[in-house]
Ligand binder design. Structure first.
Ligand code: NI
Length: 137
């Protein structure tokens, strides 16, 4: 962990009040912690935009009864096998499955994998959670 540095920030009063409300709503213990997270969120966004190595999770909700759906999802995942570090399948109910796929690699490929999976017929919902490997942040 690097050394803590204190610095002053000037803000309009109403903006600071909004920030304080947000800090409270999101259960941060203090402004510093909320401010650190905002900065890191921007840095993660920059990592995804600039093409360095990133990490994230794709979640999918689908009906496993749909013909060929499961096979298609498997084929796509095998094609992107290099970047998938883990996957978990949960049987939500009789029809619906939740799949969580953890990825690490290039942002472009992660987006491509996510788009390919989400666009398969029968996938009801899909998200890509864009996160970081934790390095350089
Ligand atoms: Ni299932």
């Amino acid at each position: 962990m690097s050394k803590l540095v204190r610095f002053g920030v000037s803000l309009e009063q109403d903006l600071l009040e909004k920030f304080d409300r947000l800090t409270k709503e999101r259960s941060y213990t203090n402004r510093s912690e909320a401010f650190r997270d905002l900065i890191r969120q921007e840095l993660v966004g920059k990592q995804w935009a600039s093409g360095g190595e990133v990490a994230g999770a794709i979640t999918l909700i689908y009906d496993h009864h749909k013909r060929e759906l499961v096979n298609k999802l498997m084929d796509i995942q095998h094609a992107f096998g290099d970047m998938i570090i883990s996957s978990q399948h949960v049987h939500l109910d009789h029809n619906n499955c939740l799949e969580i796929i953890a990825v690490k690699g290039s942002p472009k490929e992660a987006q491509k994998l996510s788009d390919s999976l989400k666009s398969v017929k029968g996938v009801k919902h899909g998200t890509l959670s864009m996160s970081t490997t934790g390095k350089n942040i």
